[in-house]
Write a new protein. Structure first.
Length: 355
């Protein structure tokens, strides 16, 4: 029996009860036979905000969760890794150069490359008279690769995060002003963007290295010169779409200033695209810094980043391949985890991708 038919039957019974009660028949005699009460079906779902819904979607995305966990683990190891042994970043001992990786317990597993054996199968530690273990081996100057790799990961993460933060700061302000005011100001600002977009990043970096001493901040500023352009375009597009919405017109009618309209009313509604774009900016900055260090325009010695460690290992690839594979693996995993997490964020903030 459908809900409609149940309602009609109940209404007929109630009408009959009213009619016969006036004739002296008890109202209690008129009940729905075989059913004590009618239970309405309820379809309820706990309401969620936009951010709560995005978090739920993100947790359902397994690659994104793997990327987030991997990023957290790599970041923790990068911060505490250099302090997990007694070796310093710049300690040199030429008598212990090019030692292969050796890790206690793992050196007993035959298929893992942590047994301390060189390419000819000899125990390099016994031959060099070394009693301590180097978990990632040593380089051409006998420096501990474990300490240098995680110090290099700190430098790469710092450059990527700071460069992305500057891109967000400049791009959001520039794009918000351009998109909100529009008109001739928007035309002038967009022509500047087009001019800067036509300049290759590599040329800008080379000019900065020639004009200033090579350092982390030189690379960060060089990447920031053109790195904010993509963010500004995204924010401008969002402001052009949102500034004509009813809530903005109502706020303007109530006398809200332009500054409050930009940063308090419109900008919070653009945080989704901003967060997604910034998460893609960080691995791009890390890769670009690694590329610059690889071609000799990056972090100067004795400092090191993952890119400069890969460049040093490349020279010893045929004789000591671990000096290349270890930093290259860490760099690859770092960028991979960032992209997995960024893809998950993009899907979580996109209503079309929600189930």
């Amino acid at each position: 029996m459908s809900n409609y038919e149940k309602d009609i039957n109940k209404e007929n019974i109630d009408n009959a009860a009213v009619t016969h009660s006036s004739q002296g028949i008890p109202t209690e005699s008129f009940v729905l036979h075989g059913r004590d009460k009618i239970v309405e079906e309820k379809f309820e779902r706990k309401s969620r905000t936009f951010w709560q819904d995005a978090w739920v979607q993100l947790k359902r995305n397994r690659p994104a969760v793997i990327g987030l966990i991997g990023l957290v683990l790599l970041t923790i190891v990068a911060l505490v890794g250099p302090y997990m042994n007694d070796h310093k970043f710049s300690d040199q001992n030429v008598a212990q150069q090019h030692l292969p990786p050796k890790v206690p317990v793992l050196d007993k597993v035959p298929f893992l490359p942590f047994d301390g054996l060189d390419k000819d199968g000899f125990d390099a530690y016994k031959a060099a008279g070394v009693k301590e273990n180097y978990w990632f081996g040593t380089d051409e100057l006998g420096r501990d690769q474990w300490t240098r790799v995680w110090k290099g990961a700190q430098v790469s993460l710092f450059i990527g995060v700071v460069a992305a933060a500057l891109d967000i700061l400049i791009g959001v302000i520039y794009g918000a002003v351009s998109g909100y005011y529009g008109g001739r100001l928007d035309d002038i600002l967009q022509r500047i963007v087009e001019i800067l977009s036509s300049i290759p990043n590599l040329i800008v970096v080379i000019l900065f290295v020639l004009l200033f001493d090579p350092s982390m901040w030189t690379i960060i500023l060089a990447m920031t010169v053109t790195g904010w352009l993509g963010m500004s375009r995204i924010v401008r597009g969002q402001f052009l779409k949102l500034k004509e919405q009813e809530f903005v017109m109502a706020s303007r009618t109530l006398g809200v200033s332009n500054t409050k309209l930009i940063f308090k009313h419109i900008l919070p509604n653009t945080l989704g695209p901003i967060i997604v774009t910034s998460m893609f900016t960080v691995p791009s900055a890390i890769f670009f810094e690694a590329f610059l260090s690889f071609i000799g325009l990056g972090i100067p010695a004795p400092q090191a980043s993952l890119g400069s460690l890969v460049d040093s290992g490349r020279k010893m690839l045929l004789q000591y391949p671990h000096e290349l594979f270890v930093p290259a693996t860490v760099l690859s995993l770092l960028i991979l985890f960032f992209y997995l997490f960024s893809d998950g964020l993009r899907d979580a903030f996109d209503p079309k991708m929600r189930k």
